[in-house]
Design a protein around this ligand. Structure first.
Ligand code: PMV
Length: 328
């Protein structure tokens, strides 16, 4: 056996798209950030040649050489384990030893199916834990493998989720130039509200494609506004200008509403945030469900989140994560 460890632990953060979702699919920039909610993976080599994955009350146990079990199709109730299972299969297939299996315990703080990158973070943490067992803890390699797996599972993925989850921080993505970390002057506090409506990124992306085909002039106009918002938001992040950053979030949300990717619950959550003192708010990710983000002034974040938590909605206060994938 060429592994040098019997067990390893890794974790990786969730992400939010701050600006530019959907427009990024058509060669416009986007800005995303890692946030301090993590998925943690404990991996252990077993010699019974099975892949055992446990996450809370859910578990699966599949022979390491079997093909994808029907229970693992992306539509099943265990679908959140599917990317993790695929990553384990992939890393095991890279090994030259076919007589081993893996036990994984997955502990996640990231709501699933809400556009917060739980699938990418699971892939990054799983690949990192397995590479810790078998080879090296090289972040670029972890990113490369996690991205390949995400692409297999979610077609047309830009790779932004895996990048942000691996390297952390706030990242500007330009389709022609790749990824760049943006330095920050001030750590903003975000409030995340989840709609509870699971979204299907692929479906929403294809709805936007139809919208674009029918409304090309309008789409080009919205794209150019989204590009300007991304540029201005970089300055607001670099300068730590909360008011400007908040206004830009709300402006970006208006463009997404015009694209038709909002949802009545998203609108309700955004209104609640703005009425209670948020500096700006928008949907994050594909939309039509999923989550919203709101910028909360740092001096009153406790007070505002206490007020909002009196309602029936689910909220989480988060900050940016600058660590990315972590070992141990
Ligand atoms: O909701 P998420 O996290 O899957 O984000 C989708 C972001 C899109 O811009 C709509 C698609 C993409 O691949 O960038």
């Amino acid at each position: 056996m060429n592994n040098h460890l019997k067990e390893a632990v890794s974790s990786a953060p969730a992400k939010v798209i701050l600006f530019g979702e959907h427009f990024v699919v058509y060669k416009n920039p986007a800005i995303a950030a890692a946030i301090n909610k993590r998925v943690k993976v404990h991996a252990q080599v077993n010699d019974d040649m099975h892949i055992n994955i446990k996450s809370g009350e859910y578990s699966l146990n599949v022979h390491a050489t079997s093909n994808v079990d029907p229970v693992l199709t992306p539509d099943s109730s265990l679908s959140f384990l599917y990317p993790i299972f695929m990553c384990v299969k992939h890393v095991l297939s890279e090994q030259h030893n076919h007589n081993i299996g893996i036990n994984l315990i997955v502990d996640s703080q990231i709501p699933y199916g809400e556009g917060l990158g739980s699938s990418a973070a699971s892939c990054v943490a799983t690949v990192a834990a397995l590479y810790s067992l078998f080879s090296s803890r090289d972040r670029s390699r972890i990113y490369g493998t996690a991205k390949t797996m995400e692409e297999t599972i979610h077609m047309n993925s830009s790779g932004i989720d895996c990048y942000v989850s691996t390297f952390g921080g706030i990242v500007n993505y330009e389709p022609d130039r790749g990824f760049n970390n943006i330095g920050i002057k001030k750590n903003f506090t975000l409030l995340i509200g989840t709609t509870g409506v699971k979204h299907a990124t692929g479906e929403v992306v294809s709805q936007v494609r139809h919208f674009r085909e029918k409304n090309l002039t309008l789409f080009k106009d919205l794209s150019s506004k989204a590009r300007i918002i991304c540029r201005r938001s970089m300055n607001s992040i670099l300068e730590g200008n909360e008011v400007e950053f908040g206004n830009l979030l709300t402006e970006n949300h208006k463009l997404l509403t015009l694209l038709g990717v909002s949802h009545p619950i998203i609108e309700k959550l955004i209104e609640r945030c703005l009425d209670n003192g948020a500096l700006g708010a928008k949907l994050t990710g594909a939309g039509r469900g999923g989550a919203i983000i709101a910028l909360i002034p740092s001096e009153s974040c406790k007070e505002i989140s206490n007020r909002l938590s009196k309602g029936s909605e689910k909220w989480m206060l988060v900050e940016f994560d600058h660590i990315g994938v972590a070992f141990g």
